[in-house]
Design a protein around this ligand. Structure first.
Ligand code: NAD
Length: 447
């Protein structure tokens, strides 16, 4: 089979490479010339573990091609997938569909035969219907069938998620489109992946419902962590106790500085706009969004508190700026709120992130970027862990103590054990654990 993948970002490039892995011939298109140049030269423009090898392998075999030429990509394609960005529209939180409709128009003008057009981008309910109308208007001479195939992969484990997903969701209304998607996903069907065929509207909503539910789970455990701190419970154990209940599950129950990333913030906002327009308010998700916003600010207060009530004139080492490990994506990362707020409080920031510094540099003026975690801690007054990259899990604490002016660590990802940190001589503050402040921890350690 042959497909065209429009957009070579985090979703488009992974999907293109993984469909090639299924044996499909893929032409991936992007209107960003430098991304395509980079791909044609054999490098990849994003960091995603394992993706470089997979892309290289299929490009060498001729199964995966890159171009900026939409016409070349869509001719002879059994399906055209749209995987362009749908960010939050400035000001109102609606999904910005400018890129999607621009891509759709270009597809319409480029097609030379009947085709199935599949939306992989996350789009508001009703978008598939609008695409149907657009194609009917622009190409009445062709039969263009629309399908919705929302993507659930996670950055950092995107290949595994694509190749071994929990389920595939396909919104279709025509037998032709269903047959094409059935064939494309046959390799997953063979490994017993549930493939859920629904209406287009239902498929569109499943994606928003999923991300909103996951954001709710994260926010729930974050608020529970605050309660744990006040009542002397340990949120790690509470999360474990909760997660072992199979009705709940243990995923997305890790307390932290608030969710971020390219999906949860914009998708929860978009769901609220969709609900508002339908006049069916989603009060739970409204609260989740508000609590999460407040949480990032409360993290700033927590850091300032751990540093003695003021960070004016202090140097802070920040470890991690991406919204999670194993990606270079910094979109809506909590670091983008927390770091400027600390700078506004008068702190100088020395930061290190294994993959995110290039993207973060443009967003975080004034930050001194360092070679590694130890460079960031050199002569700093405290160290703050914002992202749980593996390299931050086994820091040489003796060296850290020698480099820091004061042995203060604020661990917003609960990477370390309070008892170990106290024993190592740190003043250690983490999330939702009885030892969140060292006085309490010292008491416990002495007991
Ligand atoms: P991205 O910004 O990384 O990539 C989008 C790409 O589309 C860019 O390379 C851009 O240059 C290209 N593009 C834009 N307009 C184009 C056009 N007219 N023709 C060709 N290329 C065009 O975005 P992403 O993170 O891959 O997300 C894409 C969609 O997938 C979004 O709707 C997002 O919500 C959804 N999604 C993302 C993730 C994720 O983890 N990033 C997961 C699931 C779903």
């Amino acid at each position: 089979m042959r497909i065209a993948m429009i957009g070579t970002g985090y979703v488009g490039l992974v999907s293109a490479a993984c469909f090639a892995e299924f044996g499909v011939e893929v032409v991936a298109v992007d209107n960003n010339q430098s991304k395509i140049d980079c791909l044609l030269k054999g490098s990849i423009p994003i960091y995603e573990p394992g993706l470089d090898d997979m892309v290289a392998r299929h490009a060498a075999a001729g199964r995966l091609n890159f171009t900026t030429d939409m016409k070349r990509a869509v001719e002879h394609a059994d399906a055209v997938f749209i995987a362009v960005g749908t960010p939050s529209r400035r000001g109102d939180g609606h999904a910005d569909l400018t890129y999607l409709f621009a891509a759709a128009e270009e597809i319409a003008h480029s097609l030379t035969a009947n085709a199935v057009v599949v939306t992989k981008s996350t789009v508001p309910v009703g978008t598939g219907r609008r695409l149907q109308q657009l194609f009917a208007k622009l190409r009445p001479d062709l039969v263009i069938e629309i399908a919705s195939n929302p993507e659930f992969l996670r950055e950092g484990s995107a290949i595994e998620d694509f190749l071994r997903p929990d389920r595939i969701v396909v919104g279709v209304e025509t037998a032709g489109a269903r047959q094409v998607l059935d064939r494309l996903y046959r390799p997953l069907n063979l490994i017993q992946t549930p493939i859920l065929f629904t209406s287009i509207e239902t498929a569109e909503l499943i994606k928003y419902a999923t991300n909103s539910f996951l954001a709710t789970k994260v926010t729930f455990i974050n608020e529970m962590a605050d309660l744990c701190e006040k009542v002397g419970a340990d949120v790690q154990a509470v999360a474990q106790g909760l997660g072992l209940d199979r009705r709940i599950g243990n995923k997305f129950l890790h307390p932290g500085p608030g969710y971020g990333g390219s999906c949860f913030p914009k998708d929860t906002a978009a769901l609220l706009r969709i609900a508002e327009e339908a006049n069916v308010p989603q009060r739970i998700v409204e609260s989740v969004v508000a609590v999460n916003e407040g949480r990032k600010r409360s993290m700033v207060r927590r850091i300032v508190q751990a540093c003695g009530g003021s960070v004016r004139g202090q140097t802070l080492a920040i470890l991690g700026v991406t919204f999670k490990p194993n990606t270079d994506d910094i979109r809506d990362s909590p670091a983008l709120v927390i770091i400027p707020a600390l700078q506004a409080e008068g702190a100088v920031i020395q930061a290190y992130d294994p993959e995110g510094m290039t993207a973060a540099d443009a967003e975080l003026p004034g930050v001194v970027w360092c070679q590694d975690a130890y460079g960031a801690m050199d002569n700093a007054d405290a160290v703050v862990i914002l992202t749980e990259w593996n390299v931050f899990r086994a820091l040489d604490l003796e060296q850290a103590k020698r480099l820091l002016r004061r042995p203060i660590m604020v661990d917003l990802r609960n990477v370390y054990e309070p008892r170990d940190m106290i024993a190592a001589g740190f003043s250690y503050s983490s999330i939702g654990r009885p030892a969140a402040n060292s006085a309490y921890a010292t008491e416990k350690a002495d007991a």
